[in-house]
Design a protein around this ligand. Structure first.
Ligand code: TYM
Length: 337
C-alpha cells in the first residue's frame, strides 16, 4: 500500500497482553495513538496471548479474556479495513523468529530488564524461561513485520531498545534484514498512574480494584473510583511536581476531552477537589460510553469477531512468512525447493 506521495506506507506495530483488564492507562498511553496512526500507516495490532503465558492462566478464563480484549480493540475504533488485528498465537512465525533471535541475544541483557526483575519478585514461585525470554518474543513481534514505529507507553521503552539492539546486531552480522524500529511515546499520558497511589503506574492487574478503571467499566463504578481518587491535602488544582494525584487526574481529563491540561487546571483551579473529581469522572464516563455500548454489541456476534480474527491472521501470516524466509536464507538454513 502507498500513501499520497507514492511512497510505501510505513509500518506500525503494537500489542497488549490479555491479562487483567484493558485500563484507561492502556487507552491513553497506547490505544489512543493507535487510533491516530492507523489512518496513515500500515498497522498491525496483536493480542499478545503468548506473552500472557509467562504467568499461569486459567484456560477457560484466559480464552474468554483474549476474546474480550479482541472485541475491545474493535469497540475502541480500530478498524479492520485499515489495520490488521489478530491473535499472536495464530501466526506461528512469532515463535519461529523468536527462537532464532534468542541465538542473537545475551542472557545478561535479559536478566538486566526491569520488567523481568519486577515480575520475578512478584512471581517468585514461577520464574520461568518465558519470563526471561519475554523481550525476545516482543522483538520478534515487531521485527517480523519490518516495523518502523511502535506506539507504546513509557514502561515498554526498555523492551523497544532491546528490539533495536537485536535488529542492529543481526543486520551487522549478515546484511540489512530488519527495519530498526522507533518507539512512539507520546509526551503526555505515556504513564498514567494508579488512582490509589499516584506515584505507581496504573496496572492492568492491580489487585486493588479502586486503583484502575477499565475501558468497558460501568458509569457508577467509574464515578465512585474517581471520587475516591487519592490526591493531596490542599484544595487548588495546579500542575506541580508535588501534586502527582492532581496532575494524573488532569492528564486523564485532558486525554478524554482533548482540552489541554493547562486550560483544565485554570478552569478547575478554585472549584475544590470534590467538583474537580466529579468532572474528571464524567469526562471518562462520556468518552467510554460508546466504547462500552459497541463492546456489548460485538460480544453478541462471535461469528463476526472470529471472521475478523481469521482474516487478520491470514494477512499477518503472509507478511511474517516473507521475513522468516529472508532470515532463514541469511543465516544459512537449507531451503526446501
Ligand atoms: P501491556 O499489555 O502491559 O500494555 C499495553 C500497552 O499499554 C501501555 N501501558 C500504559 N500506558 C500508560 N500508562 C499506563 N499506566 C500504562 N500501562 C500500560 C503499555 O506501555 C503498552 O503500550 N509487552 C507488551 C505487549 C506487547 C507489545 C508487543 C507491545 C507484546 N508484543 C510488540 C508493542 C510491540 C505489554 O505487556 O504491554
Amino acid at each position: 500500500m502507498e500513501n499520497s506521495n507514492n511512497q510505501p506506507k510505513k509500518v506500525v506495530y503494537s500489542g497488549i497482553q490479555p491479562t487483567g483488564i484493558i485500563t484507561i492507562g492502556n487507552y491513553i498511553g497506547a490505544i489512543d495513538n493507535w487510533l491516530k496512526l492507523q489512518n496513515d500507516y500500515n498497522s498491525l495490532f496483536g493480542i499478545a496471548d503468548l506473552h500472557a503465558l509467562t504467568v499461569r492462566q486459567n484456560p477457560a478464563e484466559f480464552r474468554a479474556r483474549a476474546m474480550s480484549f479482541f472485541a475491545q480493540y474493535l469497540a475502541v475504533g480500530i478498524d479492520p479495513q485499515k489495520a490488521i488485528i489478530y491473535f499472536q498465537s495464530h501466526v506461528k512465525e512469532h515463535t519461529e523468529l523468536s527462537w532464532i533471535l534468542n541465538c542473537y541475544t545475551y542472557v545478561g541483557e535479559m536478566t538486566r530488564m526491569t520488567q523481568f526483575k519486577d515480575k520475578s519478585q512478584k512471581n517468585a514461585d514461577n520464574i520461568n524461561m518465558g519470563l526471561l525470554d519475554y523481550p525476545v518474543l516482543m522483538a520478534a513481534d515487531i521485527l517480523l513485520y519490518q516495523t518502523d514505529l511502535v506506539p507504546v507507553g513509557v514502561d515498554q521503552k526498555q523492551h523497544l531498545e532491546i528490539a533495536r539492539d537485536i535488529a542492529n546486531r543481526f543486520n551487522n552480522a549478515y546484511s540489512p534484514t530488519f527495519v530498526v524500529p522507533e518507539p512512539y511515546i507520546a509526551k503526555q499520558g505515556a504513564k498514567v498512574f494508579s488512582l490509589q497511589d499516584p506515584t505507581a503506574k496504573m496496572s492492568k492487574s492491580d489487585p486493588d480494584p479502586n486503583a484502575s478503571v477499565a475501558i468497558i467499566e460501568d458509569p457508577d463504578s467509574i464515578m465512585r473510583k474517581f471520587k475516591r481518587a487519592v490526591t493531596d491535602c490542599e484544595t487548588v488544582v495546579e500542575i506541580r511536581d508535588d501534586k502527582p494525584g492532581i496532575v494524573n487526574l488532569l492528564t486523564i481529563m485532558s486525554a478524554m476531552t482533548g482540552e489541554s491540561m493547562e486550560s483544565l487546571a485554570a478552569e478547575y483551579h478554585d472549584t475544590g477537589y470534590a467538583r474537580f473529581k466529579q468532572a474528571v469522572g464524567e469526562s471518562v464516563v462520556e468518552k467510554l460510553r460508546p466504547i462500552r455500548e459497541e463492546y456489548n454489541r460485538l460480544m453478541q456476534d462471535k461469528a463476526y469477531l472470529m471472521s475478523v480474527a481469521k482474516e487478520g491472521a491470514e494477512k499477518a501470516s503472509y507478511l511474517a512468512r516473507k521475513t522468516v524466509a529472508k532470515v532463514k536464507r541469511k543465516i544459512g538454513l537449507v531451503e526446501l525447493k
